[in-house]
Design a binder for this molecule. Structure first.
Ligand code: SF4
Length: 317
């Protein structure tokens, strides 16, 4: 990953939610860095902590420990300047738009809030940027008159209205029809090129992560377990959980294909985060688990291809 200062980063972040009766240990010592003009994918099953991390990056709630940094500076709380730099695109575009107001109102409001020209030309330019043309026609529609893919494009246009440096996409295609998912992924890739955005793409689908991203981070039950350049992670996964994800998502272009690992890895769900397994949280499902795995989380091991993992299989000690 680049040497430059990340645009937005979570550094050694832990997040526990105290509900009064119990504590949910949602994230433990997680680091993720986003760079200008690069797309990082954050991959993992439901309940792995992906959305929690996105919401911490977006300052929706404070960290328990660790830091969120914007251009190297610790962020102490959300304000208008922060949201002028960082925007979140949600999974459900319908819920994220004002359904009673026309598309033009949804986009214009974001322009106005951040002090940008908010005339028809500015609104139409944004709609054209996300391929909603003729823009004047789309501007006059209500959200329910659009398809799911068109609504997600409006949500992206509204996020772009503030001229952000960072776009956080929380499963932005998972509620869309399969036939239009690729269109939205291609739109995100184009915006990364044209706007120089730092983009976080959150998904449970490692195949789409490979298609879109430069870097991949893999999370399991609130712990970051592997990361690095996308091709390294896909072609030579180091962590057993990454291998399980890949084996569950067959890809003819991947060397080796499905492995015998699939037959031995234990199926199941991520553990409860109220009482997660100690040590490596993957150990109840891991066919390679040893005693050490049950008591201590492994340190990071780095590899020549730029990837890294936290797994005792790769740590001599
Ligand atoms: Fe499996 Fe141990 Fe590696 Fe965790 S640390 S993935 S349990 S081998």
């Amino acid at each position: 990953m680049p040497e430059e200062t990340p645009v937005l980063a979570a550094e050694d972040v832990t997040k526990h939610f105290d509900t009064g009766r119990q504590t949910v240990r949602a994230l433990e010592n997680v680091t993720l860095r986003l760079y200008r003009g690069r797309i990082a994918a954050l991959v993992g099953e439901s309940g792995s902590g992906k959305t929690t991390l996105a919401r911490l990056l977006a300052q929706f709630y404070p960290v328990t420990s660790g830091e969120i940094r914007l251009r190297g500076e610790v962020v102490s709380g959300p304000d208008k300047d922060f949201y002028g730099e960082v925007q979140l695109v949600f999974q459900d575009p319908f819920a994220s738009l004002n359904s009673l107001r026309k598309v033009e109102h949804n986009v214009r409001r974001a322009l106005k809030l951040h002090g940008h020209a908010a005339d028809d030309a500015a609104v139409h330019e944004l709609l054209a940027k996300v391929n909603l043309t003729p823009a004047a026609d789309f501007a006059r529609k209500l959200p329910h008159e659009l398809s799911g893919g068109q609504r997600q494009r409006v949500a992206i246009a509204r996020a772009l209205a503030v001229r952000p440096s960072v776009l956080l996409g929380d499963e932005p295609i998972s509620m869309l029809d399969v036939s239009i998912r690729l269109d939205v992924l291609n739109l995100l890739a184009r915006l990364r090129e044209e706007e120089g955005l730092a983009l976080l793409y959150i998904t449970h689908d490692i195949a789409s992560a490979r298609y879109l991203s430069d870097d991949i981070y893999v999370m399991y039950a609130g712990q970051m377990v592997e990361g690095g350049p996308a091709e390294s992670v896909i072609q030579e996964p180091k962590h057993p959980y990454t291998r399980l994800l890949l084996d569950s998502s067959p890809d003819p272009e991947r060397a080796g294909g499905s492995s015998a690992f699939t037959a031995t890895a234990k199926l199941g769900e991520p553990p409860s985060l109220v009482d997660p397994p100690p040590g490596c949280r993957f150990h109840p499902r891991c066919p390679f688990a040893k005693e050490q795995c049950k008591t201590s989380f492994p340190p990071r091991t780095e590899f020549a291809d730029g990837s890294w993992t936290n797994c005792w299989l790769h740590n001599e000690s």
